[in-house]
Design a protein around this ligand. Structure first.
Ligand code: 5FU
Length: 250
C-alpha cells in the first residue's frame, strides 16, 4: 500500500534547518504533534500553563506583547527553564511584516528581545525574501495562509509566497490551511474540537480534519486548551487525537 504522507522520521532525514530537526525529534520522542498557544495577559498564568501542559507539547506558542507584566527576568528566565524541564520549543507568534532592517531591530531590541529566547518565530513573507535574512538564530515559520474568514492570503498570494518559502534557508516551515511540499513543515492553527468559530472571524477544524486533509505536521490549539476547565486533560485529548490522526494517515 502506498504511503499517504511522510513520517516524522522521514522528514527528519530531508529537513536541513536545526530547529526543524529539533521539533521533529521532540515529536517523535513525546509522540505528540501538539503546539499549545498560550495567549495569556499575565506572566503567572503563562508560567502555570506552561508547566501543566509542558509534558504533552512540542512547542509553546506565545504572543509575548500581550503580557501586561512582561519582565525579562520574571517572564523569560522561568519560561526558558520550563522549556528545558519539559523539552518543548518556544515559538513567538510575532508575525513580522516589514523591511529587513526594521525586522532586524524588532527581532533583537526593544522590550522583548525575541532573538534572545525564541526558537521559532512567525513572519509574513510580504516584505520579500531578503527581509527574512535577519532571522539567523531562530527558525522561521512563515505565514502562507491565515485561518481567519476573509483573509487576503488567496491562491495567487500563496503561490508567490511559497516560492519565497521554498528557497529561504532560515525557513523551518509555514502556517497554512492547505497541503505544502514535504520539505516544509506545516503548522496549522484554527484547531478546536468544540466549536467552528469564535464570532470574530476565526475558523476552526478538528485535529483529524487538518491532519488528514492538509497533512499538517503540527496542530496549534489555543482556547480549546487554555480556556478548558482542565487544561492538562484537554491537552492530552488534543495530543492523543493529533497523534492518532497522524498514525492513521501513514
Ligand atoms: F497565523 C495564524 C492564523 O492563521 N490563525 C491563528 O489563529 C495564527 N493564529 C494564532 O493561533 C492566533 O494568533 C492565536 O494565537 C492562535 C489560535 O488561537 P485559538 O484560541 O485556538 O483560536
Amino acid at each position: 500500500q502506498e504511503k499517504k504522507r511522510l513520517s516524522y522520521e522521514q522528514k527528519l532525514e530531508i529537513t536541513e534547518h536545526s530547529f526543524a530537526k529539533k521539533i521533529l525529534e521532540i515529536a517523535i520522542e513525546k509522540r505528540s504533534n501538539l503546539i499549545a498557544s498560550a495567549d495569556f495577559i499575565t506572566t503567572q498564568e503563562l508560567l502555570n500553563f506552561a508547566d501543566i501542559v509542558g509534558p504533552h507539547i512540542v512547542a509553546l506558542k506565545t504572543h509575548i506583547d500581550i503580557l501586561n507584566d512582561f519582565d525579562a527576568d520574571e517572564t523569560i528566565l522561568p519560561l526558558k527553564d520550563l522549556a528545558a524541564k519539559h523539552n518543548f520549543l518556544l515559538m513567538e507568534d510575532r508575525k513580522f511584516a516589514d523591511i529587513g532592517n526594521t525586522q532586524e531591530l524588532q527581532f533583537s531590541y526593544g522590550t522583548f528581545k525575541i532573538s534572545n529566547w525564541a526558537d521559532l518565530i512567525t513572519s509574513h513573507v510580504i516584505g520579500g525574501s531578503k527581509s527574512l535574512d535577519c532571522f539567523v538564530n531562530a527558525g522561521i515559520v512563515a505565514i502562507l495562509g491565515m485561518s481567519s474568514e476573509g483573509t487576503l492570503t488567496d491562491s495567487h498570494y500563496r503561490e508567490e509566497a511559497l516560492k519565497i518559502i521554498e528557497n529561504h534557508p532560515n525557513i523551518v516551515g509555514c502556517v497554512a490551511q492547505n497541503k505544502v511540499p514535504d520539505n516544509i513543515l506545516l503548522f496549522t492553527p484554527g484547531v478546536n474540537l468544540g466549536t467552528s468559530g469564535d464570532g470574530k472571524g476565526q475558523q476552526y477544524n478538528s485535529p483529524e480534519h487538518v491532519i488528514k486533509n492538509y497533512n499538517t505536521d503540527f496542530i496549534i490549539v489555543g482556547r480549546g486548551i487554555y480556556k478548558a476547565d482542565d487544561p492538562e486533560l484537554e491537552a492530552l485529548r488534543y495530543k492523543t487525537e493529533g497523534w492518532q490522526a497522524y498514525q492513521d494517515a501513514l
